[in-house]
Design a protein around this ligand. Sequence first.
Ligand SMILES: Cc1ncc(COP(=O)(O)O)c(C=O)c1O
Ligand SMILES: [Zn+2]
Length: 411
Amino acid sequence: MSLDFGPAVALSCRECGARYPLGPSFACQECFGPLEAAYDFGDVSRAEIESGPANIWRYRSLLPVPADVASKPNMNPGWTKLVKAGNLGRALGIKSLYVKDDSGNPTHSFKDRVVAMAVEAARNFGFHTLSCSSTGNLAGAVTAAAARAGLDACVFIPANLEKAKIAMARVFGGRLIGIDGTYDEVNRFCSELIGDPMGDKWGFVNVNLRPYYAEGSKTLAYEIAEQLGWRLPEQIIIPIASGSQLTKIDKGFKELVRLGLVEDTPYKVFGAQALGCSPVSTAYKAGHDVVQPVKPDTIAKSLAIGNPADGPYVLDIARRTGGGVEDVTDAEIVAAMKLLASTEGIFAETAGGVTVGVLKKLTESGVLDPEAETVVLNTGDGLKTLDVLTGEAVEPTAVIKPSLDAFRATV
Ligand SMILES: Cc1ncc(COP(=O)(O)O)c(C=O)c1O
Ligand SMILES: [Zn+2]
């Protein structure tokens, strides 16, 4: 089998640094630490990137994908809008605020970025089935990407997810298995399936393809920097489920600095969780290095991972950069979704409510610097979590007869 992962040359252990050949492996044989892609980058210039397509493949020379990746059938996610959020900034007292709006991806969440990497890895390893454990968005991204790439799909979710996420995972075909349990239980089940002959030739995007898959989140860092005019933001707020997106955005910023594509300016990384599933913010506030698993109970189902694989790395990054980790209640999440929608015209799913809610809370408590350039992530579309809007929010402001008199009487 001849593998082509572009600039990626090995897998390296994030704990002990041991290196392994590129393969469908995810844990270190020495210390069981997680593996990640390691690269030998050539010269990469801003001009080369800028001449690339308006999607994540403009960064292909920084990703574990072959050079001709853009010519193959895939979803081509990325290059989503970085919205200058002057109205929200004024409402919160933040001078320079941007929303990176990843609801604009093909299946309406940032997960299309990571799955695009997994598809390339599955092709490399000759897998016929694309699979995952998912809190909802990943399931839809996987079934769509598999359909486009001509692979089979079989995805696993907690059975009680939002209807829209279930519909999105089914409409693209493949099999959708609801499991009576939490995401963490679904994930454990998938790990067992990999060890079973049935799971042979299956690419679990967030398990045996994780070292490749996770790299897709770096494209958020690249895009934000390029869209700011090749600069790093001073503060960034990122939602946490497994914590992978946050750690990879930090990796992406560091690579840009190392390659001389941006200046080495300080940036603070803030993680955002829902109070009903806040193992990382709890550890952060207690000053712990270890993240104690919790049983999730929150409307932010896409972030409901009680045992986040990248939790300790998130703590390191928050502390090293001078950032932090904060949480918000379910009521604050809904209020923040409405605030973002009514100020910027962006309808975020609950995960976006979590980041904007944390943005508000940290600004009010004086932790965030209102003078510093700040980017907040919206990672998914509000149409997928309509269920959380109830009462007045889902009724017309008035129901009247079709007459001018009736209208005058209501305004
Ligand atoms: C909309 C949305 N935002 C953020 C995340 C967090 O991702 P991570 O597991 O990389 O922390 C998820 C994870 O499922 C998600 O669905
Ligand atoms: Zn190791």
